[in-house]
Write a protein that binds this ligand. Structure first.
Ligand code: 4F9
Length: 227
């Protein structure tokens, strides 16, 4: 898979993309992530990419020209068409189902907008879909793009070790639709708090039953909307 990210702040991605699973999957050639600075496609010597909104109002709006030029440039860098996604609070809310869908694409083109907004023609003219990571405002689409990358890449075949992927299949918060059961590791007693006896019993069927009950209970308590 190839993921292109169009942003005014490519440096924001450096450390998240160079750690852990994202680092390993890129090194293994499972994913190629290419950052492109929209500002490199500004038309003037001041590298201007935003301007005052028509009709008045506060803030600055991302201009369509540099974004279109940037998209047209990166589209030529690889043969796959690419699915264009704008990070925006106005988009469809990201879900694990959406992440699974995106993980099946050959190429994603993620466009991180600007906090104050982007010219409407960027969305309509590019035929881009919008994705939101939740109902709050952040300083720009960059962190949203990173969340999509992180969630998508871990689903690519070979991204996780066998153990992690098996775990992911049956017991992630949103793969089976329930929250995870509580987990414990050593020591058996920590500051007076004991590991539940059942987990030390060695009765695998009973443990499994306990875990399912715990998952259900937690989900009813914390996320009744998931049931
Ligand atoms: C993007 C918020 C995606 C939620 C982009 C300001 C955003 C956002 N999901 N907020 N710019």
């Amino acid at each position: 898979m190839r993921i292109d990210v169009l942003t005014l702040f490519p440096e924001m991605f450096e450390s998240p993309l160079n750690c852990s699973i994202l680092k390993r999957t890129q090194e293994a050639g499972l994913v190629q992530i290419v950052l492109t600075n929209i500002r490199d496609f500004a038309a003037d010597n001041y590298r201007k990419v935003d301007d005052k909104p028509y009709g008045g109002g506060p803030g600055m709006v991302l201009m369509p020209g540099p974004v279109f030029d940037c998209v047209e440039h990166i589209e030529k860098l690889a043969s796959q068409r690419g699915r264009k996604i704008l990070l925006s609070p106005q988009g469809e809310r990201l879900s694990q189902a959406k992440v699974v869908e995106l993980s099946r694409e050959d190429r994603l083109i993620l466009i991180a907008g600007k906090y104050e907004g982007f010219d409407e023609r960027i969305r309509t003219g590019l035929g881009a879909e919008q994705i939101s990571i939740g109902d709050y405002v952040i300083n720009g689409g960059e962190l949203g793009a990173m969340i999509i990358i992180d969630a998508v890449v871990r689903l690519l075949p070979g991204a996780l070790g066998d153990e992690d992927s098996a775990r992911n299949d049956s017991f992630s918060a949103s793969a089976n639709g329930l929250l995870e059961y509580p987990q414990y590791t050593r020591p058996e007693v920590f500051r007076g708090m004991k590991v539940p006896d059942i987990l030390l019993s060695g009765h695998h069927a009973e443990i499994e039953k306990w875990r399912v009950e715990q998952s259900l209970e937690r989900t009813k308590e914390q996320r009744p909307d998931l049931i």
